[in-house]
Design a protein around this ligand. Structure first.
Ligand code: DAT
Length: 181
């Protein structure tokens, strides 16, 4: 079954998934690209400058498309068919590091704010655990890791050598004040 690499936009999903695909030969599906290419959206939100994903159509498309060992790379967990994913790995990144990266990407301020808040509160982890259940989800803090170091850790999780239970990474105490700005 497929593996999900997820996390807030900017945490390093696509960088990792590309390396993981090269290393393992598993096909890499960058969901945002598929959505754009096949117009699997219901509209475009000008304020956040992003497509609004048509979750039902994406789910259907992935049901047909995922046949074996793909790596699915997305933060839109709710658009995934749960029965096709055997393992989900959530990448977490220090919210201040994330904010810098999103500024470098020239994301609109409103999008930076909502993504930083989402990372502080761990929304993607909650979504993943709700959809797949705790046993299928691993969560890792990639702050300060190089892409190669992250790859090594992820490979050991896939091989079953490492297990990183979700729910242990908490940015809230340190960054509570950022939510109040
Ligand atoms: P995502 O797919 O989660 O949106 P990305 O892979 O596109 O993230 O990476 C976002 C930016 O961060 C991009 O400029 C590359 C950089 N990056 C990715 N992994 C990194 C790492 N381990 N260390 C430093 N920078 C990293």
């Amino acid at each position: 079954m497929a593996i999900l690499i997820t996390g807030t936009p900017g945490v390093g999903k696509t960088t990792l998934s590309t390396l993981l695909s090269e290393k393992t030969g598993r096909p890499h599906i960058e969901l945002a690209e598929l959505v754009k290419r096949e117009k699997l959206y219901v509209g475009y939100d000008e304020e956040s400058q992003s497509y609004i994903v048509d979750e039902e159509r994406v789910k259907k498309r992935l049901r047909d498309m995922l046949t074996c060992k793909e790596i699915v790379d997305t933060h839109v967990v709710s658009a995934l068919p749960r029965e096709k994913i055997s393992l989900a790995i959530v990448l977490r990144l220090d919210p201040q590091v994330l904010e810098k990266r999103l500024k470098q990407r020239r994301y609109p301020p409103v999008k930076i704010k909502s993504n930083v808040e989402s990372e502080i509160l761990g929304y993607v982890t909650v979504d993943a655990v709700n959809l797949f259940g705790e046993e299928r989800v691993n969560e890792i803090d990639v702050t300060g890791l190089t892409p190669e170091e992250t790859l090594k850790l992820v490979l050991s999780i896939i091989e079953g050598v490492e297990r990183r239970r979700p729910g242990k990474i908490d940015w809230l105490e340190k960054y509570w004040s950022l939510l109040q700005e």
